[in-house]
Design a protein around this ligand. Structure first.
Ligand code: ADP
Length: 376
């Protein structure tokens, strides 16, 4: 059984072809710079066409009929979707209705769905939502302290994102901790270009750092994370900046990049080692923001079985992990420097009560699994 998993971003298309249930990756790739001036690929339809041609030309599949199903990452499921679904016309209408909440992402995801319908009219398609795992948030976690009726009318609430990743690493941790997911309290920390933390109680998301949009929470590669909302109003009123100027700045010119000029943690760590003060400051701010959320979520959860690092930075940077959990012995978090440097799965000291795990995320595999479970 072959399941093609698609992750359509605004200007890129990542794909992976899985043999299921063996969970074997047969082929993967990325089409970048979709729609950009110098690119020959003008839209998602063309991106998928080039992917399809590649699959055929390389003999990965002999005919398109060999693809049994397609799984899509869809960014925003609003309050409509608390789990993955098989896509039909009604689901498409629902995803479309959520475009105002995630204009760039849901639009790109729909483009992917339409193009797949065109190339694989007989293959069922499944949507797996970034927000779905966080639909279990209690009311006090998802409600902002703004006028309640206005928020209800405008669908303003914490949705949370990266749900597929948080859910996947939480599931993987059950094998290491030898417990069922429903018996575990976890703090999952996804540190990639986008970053977020999730508090998981008895296997369910009960709080998360991203909010109404993926802009809230931790400091990210180019996104600011938590700031005083008055800064936005100040910039708008005093400096006469337009809404889209500010949106652009908060999303693409802030975070690590805004502080030190780079959003690549490898580069930033190198710059800091070479004595660059701004790079050191960027790391300190980044680490502090993660630390604060861990403390907050330990307080929320009461007891915690493990914290889990994932994402490009979480999986690969031993020094960032060490800085984050430094001086947290009083919270029962003690890292073992040797295990940490070796990137072992469990990097905490033997007798500490909260385990510190490093688990590689795999959102595509999670999407393939969800599609397989729903369809076959
Ligand atoms: P995305 O959110 O785009 O999927 P990733 O999860 O791949 O991103 O994470 C990208 C981040 O991980 C970048 O900041 C990159 O520098 C960082 N990263 C990858 N490998 C390392 C490493 N060995 N040390 C430090 N940071 C790393």
């Amino acid at each position: 059984m072959k399941i093609l998993v698609l992750n359509s971003g605004s200007s890129s298309l990542k794909y992976k072809l899985f043999l299921m249930p063996e969970m074997k990756v047969l082929f993967s790739g990325i089409v970048e710079a979709i729609g950009e001036e110098e690119s020959t690929i003008k839209n998602h339809h063309q991106a998928i066409e080039s992917t399809v041609q590649k699959l055929l030309a390389k003999g990965i599949v002999k005919s398109l009929a060999e693809i049994n199903a397609v799984g899509h990452r869809v960014v925003h499921g609003g309050v409509i979707f608390d789990k993955s679904v098989v896509i039909d016309e009604n689901i498409i209408a629902d995803i479309k209705s959520l475009i105002p909440l995630a204009p760039i992402h849901n639009y790109a995801n729909l483009e992917g769905i339409y193009a797949m319908k065109h190339y694989f009219p007989n293959a069922p398609q499944v949507a797996v939502f970034d927000t779905a795992f966080h639909q279990s948030l209690p009311k006090e976690a998802y409600t902002y302290a703004l006028p309640l009726e206005l928020c209800e009318k405008e669908n303003i609430r914490r949705y949370g994102f990266h749900g597929t990743s948080h859910h996947y690493v939480a599931q993987q941790s059950t094998k290491i901790l030898n417990k069922t997911l429903s018996s575990l309290n976890l703090i999952t920390i996804h540190l990639g270009n986008g970053t977020s933390v999730c508090a998981i109680k008895s296997g369910k998301s009960v709080d998360t750092s991203m909010g109404f949009t993926p802009l809230e929470g931790l400091v990210m590669g180019t996104r600011c994370g938590d700031i005083d909302p008055s800064i936005v109003l100040y910039l708008q009123n005093r400096l006469d900046k337009s809404v889209s100027d500010i949106e652009q700045m908060l999303n693409y010119q802030s975070g690590l990049k805004g502080i030190c000029g780079s959003n690549d943690m490898r580069t930033i760590e190198r710059m800091a080692l070479d004595g660059d003060q701004k790079a050191s400051l960027a790391i300190d701010i980044f680490v502090r923001s993660v630390k604060k959320y861990i403390g907050a979520y330990i307080a929320l959860l009461g007891s915690v079985d493990a914290i889990i690092f994932t994402g490009g930075i979480g999986e690969n940077s031993a020094s960032i992990r060490a800085k984050i959990v430094k001086n947290m012995e009083h919270l029962k978090l003690v890292i073992d420097p040797k295990k940490n440097l070796n990137h072992e799965v469990c990097v905490s000291k033997k007798d500490t009560s909260i385990q510190i795990l490093v688990i590689e995320t795999n959102e595509e595999l999670m999407i393939a699994n969800e599609s397989y479970k729903l369809l076959f």
